[in-house]
Design a binder for this molecule. Structure first.
Ligand code: HEC
Ligand code: HEC
Ligand code: HEC
Ligand code: HEC
Length: 162
């Protein structure tokens, strides 16, 4: 077998490769979580961990069931599809037991500006203003009803319960 006369280095290399692979396999056994791959390319136990976390958002249907006046005001204005918790924050605790947590009124200087501050990155037909110039420093809710922000509609809503 003259052809293998100078092949020793190849066998040493192959041996090194096998050893490296075994080391990798042992280390992998320690570091890969036990339930990884049970259902797919992820850690199966993560599902139960996430399911055990407390729910933070109640969903707008829950809010609307109690705050029916606000729900109907909102349904008639341009914020019809902006849901309660997008502005009020996660309130599952309040929805479950209203007296356990009275939600703070959002600061409109921050809240409204977050969506409506003019920016070249926003679609041209989305209503945008330069908050300082537009409101002259007055809080947005002085003129706009947050739940139905078109001015004419605000006057109508203010005549009713508010
Ligand atoms: C089970 C009925 C119920 C549900 C569901 C509910 N609320 Fe309320 N909410 C109340 C009551 C009652 C009060 C008055 C509590 C108080 O004054 O301490 C209140 C107060 C509030 C206030 C403060 C009002 C103020 O005058 O400052 C806000 C804001 C509010 N709710 C928003 C929400 C939002 C948003 C949701 C949905 C995530 C929601 N509520 C779900 C019954 C409910
Ligand atoms: C676009 C943002 C926005 C959305 C959407 C929104 N709110 Fe409000 N809400 C506000 C702001 C801002 C105030 C505080 C107004 C103020 O300070 O006078 C407020 C006040 C309230 C109050 C206090 C009473 C009142 O009339 O001022 C309640 C209750 C309330 N919201 C419930 C809801 C519920 C329920 C929904 C969903 C049906 C909802 N809000 C959706 C921004 C919003
Ligand atoms: C989470 C994002 C969001 C927040 C926060 C928000 N808005 Fe809006 N607003 C919208 C969307 C979406 C529309 C509907 C845009 C459309 O119809 O193209 C809208 C529409 C409006 C309009 C109607 C403009 C028109 O000419 O049709 C006014 C006015 C307005 N918002 C004022 C406010 C004020 C005041 C606040 C704070 C109380 C506020 N918005 C908070 C998303 C938001
Ligand atoms: C002094 C009264 C006043 C104050 C304060 C005010 N607005 Fe307005 N806003 C108006 C009037 C008037 C219009 C035009 C009529 C309408 O669209 O309802 C308007 C229109 C808008 C529009 C629609 C612009 C468009 O191109 O369609 C947005 C968005 C808006 N305001 C957001 C805000 C925000 C955010 C604040 C707080 C930083 C604010 N406004 C404070 C009076 C006011």
């Amino acid at each position: 077998m003259n052809g293998f006369k100078d092949a020793g280095h190849l066998f040493r290399f192959a041996g090194l490769f096998v050893v490296a692979f075994l080391v990798f396999w042992v280390v992998r056994g320690f570091v890969v979580p036990k339930t990884f791959g049970q259902y797919g390319h992820y850690r199966a136990a993560a599902i139960a961990e996430y399911a055990a976390r407390p729910v933070k958002f109640a969903g707008h249907q829950a809010c609307e069931a109690c705050h029916t006046d606000i729900a109907s005001t909102k349904a008639g204005g341009p914020h019809a599809r902006v849901n309660c918790e997008a502005c009020h924050g996660a309130l599952a605790k309040h929805a479950e037991d209203p007296t356990s947590l009275t939600p703070a009124k959002p600061d409109t200087a921050v809240l409204c500006a977050r969506c409506h501050t003019a920016s070249a990155a926003k679609p041209k037909n989305f209503p945008q203003v330069d908050p300082a110039e537009h409101s002259g420093g007055a809080p947005c809710q002085t003129c706009h009803n947050p739940h139905s922000p078109v001015i004419g509609a605000t006057l109508a809503a203010k005549g009713g319960a508010q």
